[in-house]
Design a protein around this ligand. Sequence first.
Ligand SMILES: Cc1ncc(COP(=O)(O)O)c(C=O)c1O
Length: 294
Amino acid sequence: MAAPVPYDDRDGKIWFDGKLVDWRDAKVHVLTHALHYASSVFEGQRAYGGEIFELTRHSERLHKSAGIMGMEMPFSVAEIDHACRQVLEANGLSDAYVRPLAWRGAEQMGVSAQATKTHVAVAAWEWGDYFKDKETGIRLDISPWRRPAPYTAPVHAKASGLYMICTMSRHHAQGRGYDDAMMLDWRGQVAEGTGANAFFVREGKLHTPTPDCFLNGITRQTVIALAEKRGIEVVERAIWPEELEDFEQFFLTGSAAEVTAVRSAGPWNFDVGEMTRMFMADYAKLVRGQLGNG
Ligand SMILES: Cc1ncc(COP(=O)(O)O)c(C=O)c1O
């Protein structure tokens, strides 16, 4: 397989602190605060046919995440929305992944970062299915790492620091031959995937963990709304791993992962059933503006 083109050596434009710059010039110094202390937050969203799905909700969440981290945002939600659209256009992209990022700069070094400025960048690139077996079902390991308690980390911010746990979990799973990992929370309850929320199907109902120590994903909220539209009951509650024995289907949701079927998680196996396929199809139509109001 050909090595992927490195992300710092591509053609195109990146929006950087208010203007479009050449892709290879979108650089930061090694003494950037965020690089040392994980003082950064980001977003991830997809464009379909030139339109970014739930763009403003993502820009609002970027602001909210920055606020939780005490970072002052130098650009409004509307300006971030505009930057995302500009990046798509400047790179001639219509189906793409869009990545806004806000970080504390190199104005101050040390744990205290009061004098740092918040910098913002937006990049976009073509990104196919996040999981190759999205439709046939991926295999999940159970991560030895757990989502932290809300009193130990900014769990409702899409904060880069929290992804340390996700990368370690995914690498651990991949090292054991799995596609990804399912993460438990600090109590031992089912939490989420390393970049997506979890839904289970049993007897015609959806069950999903209460998002009290992880992101209440925009895709998760979209799938709940789709379920309501179809008259399918969604039960949001604490879910213990032993319960996976009795669930018939399992799927993950996320802006990158979209709706991804899960074939197995640890010792538990699942069908890629009708309900999973229905949400996959509904979501695919909705993001392309093809789902009527009927
Ligand atoms: C850890 C984690 N959980 C859940 C999600 C799903 O969030 P969303 O649907 O807003 O993309 C993501 C993706 O952003 C994520 O990285």
